[in-house]
Design a protein around this ligand. Structure first.
Ligand code: GLU
Length: 468
């Protein structure tokens, strides 16, 4: 039997990192088993589902590279199928019309609560005659016995049928309810493994009973634990970014987020870094932890930094391009992005930062960093800057080695330390006091731009002299 898993989001917002982790586990499990992965949009809640949310979820999945083999299927397009099966259950006496008014059900509920009982429908209409007037359809839950779930993550779970009541599967307006749609879809879409958040664990026994009533095979279930914030509460916006696309915007590589998410709740020895290929070949549901996991941004940063440093610069550059565009930096007339990646990789934690600190490769800075200018663009810097500028101007080949020699010989000729040339030059070229090694930095900027920027620094020094 070939494995089929699914991700079944309700499109009511962005793709949450918790949802993304569930999707990742389902996807990886299918990959590992040579199976298939289905994307199903659970959009039956017409008031809360939006097309924007559907787009946002798919965008998140695509950015993470979680490709689905089938779908997206939309539950709203499958209403005929749900109705057909509701009808079948009614005909087989496994479901029934319930004419109880909302008031009656509410009153029953209140009475049960007062007595300290768990509220449940009392089955009054199980044997009711056909009547006029509005009705819902309820599933006839078995009265006795237990439902056993052999959860691949949580182990054996048993629920007595006396704990469950006759669930509404079709509302008064004829629309099917959530649990029923999930059951029919899991069956029709040939799900072998249902991997989902533990918040659905209460639905599972009900769904299993309905599957049994339909004579459908029961999939294997695996309920993944929650992700918590650093205060031990369920991860939410209060803790920082929770939307997958926000992580893109904040400068994370998709593979870093995937690596972080796979480890958040799953382990394989003490290995931290997993290539996608490793994840696909090593992932197992047995290795998924039962306990909740706490989101740790520092660790995510560490993993992101690892991927920025260790990945092929060409690959990182493809993602960096998005950030340059996002920061309105036009990179058309500057160095290849991969070169910038090569020299900036170990200076940043995120690609957003990398774009921020690399602006000077593509455009002149608008003003000097105040502190750096104050310290390094002083009258004593005038001669070193003029000398190095003349040497730069005379260079036939604009490369790091020649640039390096020009800086060195300037220091030698003027009998000053390298820093006396290097620091003013750095501020002149980059606008600030931090950059990678000067020769490789300057090599990436056009010669005429470097000369213009040195002039700008000299003008700044002159102006300062005048003011003094
Ligand atoms: N639509 C549900 C959700 O977004 C998931 C249902 C399921 O996986 O069975 O929470």
């Amino acid at each position: 039997m070939s494995v089929v898993t699914r991700f079944a989001p309700s499109p009511t917002g962005y793709l949450h990192v918790g949802g993304a982790r569930t999707a990742l586990y389902s996807w990886l499990y299918a990959q590992r088993m040579g199976g298939e992965f289905v994307l199903r949009i659970e959009d039956t809640d017409l008031e809360r589902s939006t097309p924007e949310a559907i787009d946002a979820i798919m965008q998140g999945m695509e950015w993470l590279g979680l490709k689905w083999d089938h779908g997206p299927y939309y539950q709203t397009k499958r209403f005929d199928r749900y109705k057909e099966l509701v009808q079948q259950l009614v005909e087989e006496d496994k479901a029934y019309k319930c004419y109880c008014s909302h008031e009656r059900v509410e009153k029953l509920r209140e009475q049960q609560m007062e007595k300290g009982e768990k509220p449940r429908y009392d089955g009054k209409c199980r044997d009711a005659e056909e009547q006029e007037g509005p009705f819902v359809i309820r599933f006839k839950n078995p009265d006795d016995g237990v439902v056993v779930i052999d959860d691949l993550i949580r182990g054996k779970i048993e629920i007595a049928n006396t704990e469950l009541d006759d669930l509404i599967i079709q509302r008064t307006d004829g629309s099917p309810t959530y649990n029923f749609c999930v059951v029919v879809d899991d069956w029709d879409m040939k799900m072998t493994h249902v991997i989902r958040g533990e918040d659905h664990i209460n639905n599972t026994p009900r769904q299993i009973n309905i599957l049994k009533a339909l004579n459908a095979p029961i999939p294997v279930y695996a309920h993944v634990s929650m992700i918590l914030g650093d205060d031990g509460k369920k991860l939410s916006k209060r803790h920082g970014a929770v939307s997958v696309m926000q992580y893109r915007d904040d400068g994370y590589l998709p593979e870093a987020l995937l690596n972080y998410l796979v480890r958040l709740g799953w382990s394989h020895g003490d290995q931290e870094i997993f290539t996608l290929e490793e994840m696909k070949s090593l992932f197992s549901l047995e290795g998924v932890s039962k306990s909740a996991s706490a989101f740790n941004t520092e660790k995510l940063n560490w993993i992101n930094q690892h991927y920025i440093k260790e990945s092929d610069p060409e690959h990182v550059a493809e993602h960096l391009a998005w950030h340059f565009a996002d920061q309105s930096i036009n990179t058309e007339n500057g160095p290849a992005l991969s070169k910038v990646v090569s020299i900036q990789a170990d200076r940043v934690k995120t690609l957003k930062e990398m774009a921020e600190i690399s602006r000077y490769f593509y455009e002149d800075y608008s003003e000097f960093d105040e502190k750096a200018a104050k310290k390094h663009l002083r009258p004593v810097a005038k001669q070193p800057l003029e000398t190095v500028k003349a040497k730069f101007a005379a260079l036939a080949d604009w490369n790091a080695e020649a640039i390096h020699t020009a800086i060195n010989t300037t220091a030698e000729e003027l009998e000053v330390g390298m820093g006396k040339v290097g620091m003013p030059l750095r501020v002149a070229v980059t606008g600030a006091g931090n950059s990678p090694s000067l020769d490789v930095t300057i090599e990436l900027i056009k010669k005429e731009d470097v000369l213009t920027r040195i002039d700008k620094a000299l003008a700044f020094i002159a102006e300062r002299e005048q003011q003094a």
